[in-house]
Design a protein around this ligand. Structure first.
Ligand SMILES: C[S@@+](CC[C@H](N)C(=O)[O-])C[C@H]1O[C@@H](n2cnc3c(N)ncnc32)[C@H](O)[C@@H]1O
Length: 251
């Protein structure tokens, strides 16, 4: 993993739990959604995956754990988090009361068919072994169970010097990956077509950002993480990338 990714997904992830804890419990979920951070996207997934109370949900590349906690609150699912960065694992344990396994999505440390559902949100483009991410989720979900995916898809070439360690698939490449993992698309939506983020959620997320900047703004890790997330924001704004949500099932 590059220095910038390490900064964002490890160091700043751990700091996020520190500032969110100081701000209060109502800040934890918005603080903990790092990448997928929109209630509308999570509501869409929860609904279209058909998640039900008591379902065991694997969150693969869970980061600080906000999306899993959101699903636990909105549908009473039972999440288990898998995340390779120890700073994010610690942060998720501090903010939320769900099991966290430190490991990679390309070799999940869990047995076959033990989950009712799985998702990976904003993870695919951060790792080279994308087929393994999808195939592993297929392996650990019971037959017929849904797999949610948020992927940032490239519609034109991303210049080589911008985010060189990200791997944004084209639409064609993503279609091939889904087919090669022996999955099929049941539902799809572009995140830009979903309802806007509610004002109170945005205010809380901003308060967390402000507190992070105030406390850690002078550090190289914070600056690298900001630069990386800012570049992705620019590519989404100019249409180079779109956020695509999918519900997949075994073909
Ligand atoms: C943009 S963040 C998204 C975090 C979280 N899913 C969310 O939506 O808030 C991408 C996450 O993918 C994780 N990641 C990177 N490589 C991974 C791998 N090989 N397996 C699983 N997760 C990985 C990173 O550590 C990071 O936490």
């Amino acid at each position: 993993m590059s220095e910038a990714m390490e900064a964002e997904f490890d160091t700043v992830a751990e700091w996020t739990a520190t500032v969110a804890t100081a701000l209060g419990a109502e800040y934890h979920v918005p603080a903990g959604c790092r990448g997928s951070g929109s209630p509308a996207a999570l509501d869409w997934l929860v609904e279209h995956m058909g998640l039900r109370s008591g379902d065991a949900l694997l969150d693969c590349g869970a980061g600080v754990g906000g999306p899993a906690a959101y699903a636990a609150r909105s549908r009473s699912v039972r999440p288990v988090l898998v995340e390779p960065e120890t700073g994010a694992c610690h942060a998720a344990r501090r903010l939320f009361d769900h099991p966290v396994l430190c490991g990679s999505g390309s070799a999940l440390p869990v047995a076959d068919a033990v989950f009712d559902a799985a998702w990976s949100l904003g993870v695919l483009c951060t790792m080279p072994d994308q087929l393994a991410l999808l195939a592993e989720q297929r392996r650990v979900v019971r037959a017929g169970g849904p797999i949610g995916l948020l992927a940032f898809v490239a519609h034109r070439e991303v210049p080589g010097d911008v985010l060189p360690d990200n791997h944004f698939p084209t639409t064609g490449r993503l279609t091939d990956l889904i087919r090669d993992a022996r999955l099929q698309v049941e539902h799809q939506v572009t995140t830009a077509d979903l309802p806007a983020i509610p004002a109170d959620w945005s205010e809380r997320a901003q308060a967390v950002e402000d507190a992070l900047a105030q406390r850690y703004g002078h550090t190289e890790a914070w600056q690298l993480a900001e630069q990386q997330s800012g570049e992705i924001g620019k590519l989404l704004e100019d249409g180079t990338l779109t956020g695509e949500l999918f519900v997949l099932r075994a073909a």
